[in-house]
Ligand binder design. Structure first.
Ligand SMILES: [Zn+2]
Length: 224
């Protein structure tokens, strides 16, 4: 079972999951080296952290991408809830879309209250493929993104019965566009809960969910 987004290098993560198959995204220069301990890692600058990064860091990111074969660029994106300068966020996101385009790599996108702008920028970079992890947009945005070939990542937020909007989106989203993840949840083994919930919502078997989501991750991230 492939966990498409798990911050296994974070201090508070449960160590048990370290041998599991997971895609470990980086958040900035502070963990570009750490994530490379894992077989599948991505390199990028998280929108929360753009203000501590410079153009020089972006150049270094590109150098590492060129030399160290990450499976994706990210996580990158836009977050309009966080008090981080919007213009800086946009600049860093566009630069990372350009790196993804140049090195033909998918992007792992963090989008919070910013899905509309993310879609706008993705349309300007039609060659870039990827996923919106921890999807929190609308039903219409989910449909639009999957039509553009983007995958949507869902995690522990769908377990909450009160998350009616996101649970409805999971129900309606074709399984061919779903990725499963635990993000920064302290126990990555809880991925089974996410799978179980998707199976229940879609009235299909757990095996079917695991197989299709694994295939989705293998195909998007070109896993060997
Ligand atoms: Zn994350």
């Amino acid at each position: 079972m492939i966990n498409s987004h798990a911050h296994l290098d974070f201090d508070d993560m449960n160590a048990i999951a370290e041998n599991a198959v997971a895609i470990v995204p980086s958040i900035g220069k502070q963990n570009w080296i750490d994530v490379q301990m894992y077989p599948y890692f991505s390199l990028g600058i998280h929108p929360w952290l753009v203000e501590i990064h410079t153009q020089q860091d972006l150049n270094h990111l590109e150098y590492l991408v060129k030399c160290n074969n990450p499976i994706a660029i990210g996580e990158c994106g836009l977050d309009y809830i966080k008090k981080v300068d919007k213009e800086t966020q946009l600049n860093f996101f566009v630069s990372q879309l350009e790196i993804a385009e140049k090195y033909d790599l998918p992007v792992v996108i963090h989008a919070v209250k910013a899905t509309e702008d993310v879609i706008f920028l993705l349309k300007k970079h039609p060659k870039v493929k990827g996923e919106i992890h921890g999807f929190s947009g609308s039903e219409e945005q989910a449909q639009l993104l999957t039509r553009m070939g983007f995958y949507l990542g869902f995690g522990m937020q769908i377990i909450n019965q009160k998350s009616t909007k996101i649970r409805q989106i999971v129900k309606n989203c074709p399984l061919e566009f779903i990725l499963i993840e635990t993000d920064d949840h302290p126990n990555p083994d809880d991925l089974t809960l996410v799978v179980q919930e998707i199976a229940d919502l879609k009235q299909i078997s757990v095996e079917e969910v695991v197989q299709q989501c694994d295939n989705n991750a293998i195909s998007l991230f070109n896993l060997k």
